[in-house]
Design a protein around this ligand. Sequence first.
Ligand SMILES: [Zn+2]
Length: 315
Amino acid sequence: MFLGDQFSEIPAWLHDNGKKLDSILAAQHVPHTILFSGSEGVGKSEMANMFSKALLCVSNIKLPCDNCKSCNLFDHHTHGDFLHVSSEDSKNNIGVEQIRNAISFANKTSAFGYRKVILINPAEKLQRNASNALLKLIEEPPANTIALLVSNRDVNLPATVHSRCLRLEFSSPDHQVAYRWLSEKLPNECEFSKTIALSLRQPFKALTLIKTKEFDKLLSSISSPSSESGLDIGLLRSLAQQRDPNKLFLEYLCLQLEKFLKEATKTTLNNHSSKNIFECQGKLRSLIAKIDQGVALNISLNFTNIVNKLIKAME
Ligand SMILES: [Zn+2]
């Protein structure tokens, strides 16, 4: 059984997909390619990792057992039947050579004489020729080789790849469910940290951001005393001074804009301002998407231009 008595420990919003993966393991008929799809930070990578380990585990009580030799090697990142394919830092994409390497891995004999697992994450970073090479692998998969694809934006994957995958959709939990989960994980963190991190609606990402103190850094660099209560000119001026805004900063501003536009009434915002703010929000979203796609651009300059337009729109 997938996760055995630990199943109840996985977050509630992952239970449905956990049950699907459990029935796949129980039936012993594992599809050759499974796509874990959904927004960033909702637990896809964590589930795909646990499932990879379960697929390779040689126990027959619960999967993964965490005790067998296979589980041990997996935990130490030295399992010979597991290949993790990710974007190379310098290029921010998955190239054709990496997929050719995965194909030769798939054609080798399994070290345990059982299964082999190739985990491709994030799959939307596959270059076009890498996707074509992957297609050859998933069209004629070697026996007992399973490919798991994890993607935040699976619309970027070719339809030919989609049509050969079993797709599992991962959705964001509602705020209360996520907040309860995060509070159990980090009981000593302050309410504000948890709330703001979760406002990105990505609990696993929120967990990382709090643990790595990224939110502390973000908030301490925003000098506006009103930054807790929403968007105002002071906060914008403070944001405009950011020399090196990262993606978190942009997401934070996007979120503040969303809240601001929801709360603003016709009495506080005229049509012209509101149109300009909507435009800025669109530009910000497109900037975030370009960063995700690894497009080479001057983030700082683009960010400053957007913030300056926002300041004008709100003055
Ligand atoms: Zn095991």
